[in-house]
Design a protein around this ligand. Structure first.
Ligand SMILES: [Zn+2]
Length: 221
């Protein structure tokens, strides 16, 4: 069925009401309709929702959809800004490791996605634990403050700084170029001086990490 030039995928079902969905990533419009509702009623229903449909399709078009990871052989994953290919291996070694643009993931054959994901996350955590000491002294020297503790976590923001001096860094920083880790760490260290994003904070960033705006783009790009 085509309404206002938009193809509508209509399915008749044993239901009581009309349901409308716009699905990602293609912005496909799907309608579930009760058996007894006429085509005309469906068209009226779609037309009454046209503003919403168009808005939803635009939202979807403007979103970058990352395909869902399955942690299978050949899948692409990132380490320090570079693309690696995932290779599953038998779990007779404890930790995942990277070599020649391949990340070797030790998992049992029947492992579920969740446990593969956890093994890879442990790998990223270890990579960060190796890398943080490399930049630690340089960064605290620049800013002139040191944290009480540095934690690594999977979280929404790239970094976090608490008033008690605990800095938390996002596990996924291991996927980004190393300069991003440095930038985020400096950003959080600056919060030990300015606990906000005020003008003074920006001044601190300009001083301690002059090209921070550029790095921020790399980080979020
Ligand atoms: Zn901040």
């Amino acid at each position: 069925m085509i309404v206002n030039g938009i193809e509508i995928n209509v399915k008749r079902k044993n239901i009581k009401n009309l349901y409308l969905r716009v699905t990602a990533p293609d912005g496909e419009v799907k309608v579930s309709a009760p058996e007894y509702v006429s085509d005309e009623e469906i068209i009226n229903f779609i037309e009454s929702k046209m503003d919403w449909i168009l808005k939803k399709r635009e939202e979807i078009a403007n979103t970058d959809y990352v395909p869902k990871l399955k942690y299978v052989n050949g899948e692409k994953h990132y380490l320090w800004g570079e693309e690696y290919t995932l290779q599953l291996i038998e779990n007779n070694v404890k930790n995942a490791f990277a070599k020649d643009k391949t990340i070797y993931l030790p998992v049992s054959k029947r492992s579920k996605i969740k446990s593969r994901q956890k093994t890879l996350e442990d790998f990223y955590r270890n990579e960060l634990k190796k890398e943080i000491p490399q930049i630690y002294n340089k960064c605290i020297k620049k800013v002139g403050k040191s944290p009480n503790e540095v934690k690594i976590r999977k979280m929404k923001n790239w970094g976090n700084c608490r008033k008690n001096g605990v800095i938390t860094l996002n596990l996924n920083l291991a996927k980004k170029p190393k300069i991003c880790l440095e930038y985020v760490f400096i950003h959080e260290l600056c919060h030990l001086i300015e606990f906000n994003h005020s003008k003074n904070f920006k001044k601190l960033m300009d001083k301690n990490c002059p090209n921070w705006a550029e790095i921020k783009k790399i980080l979020n790009g």
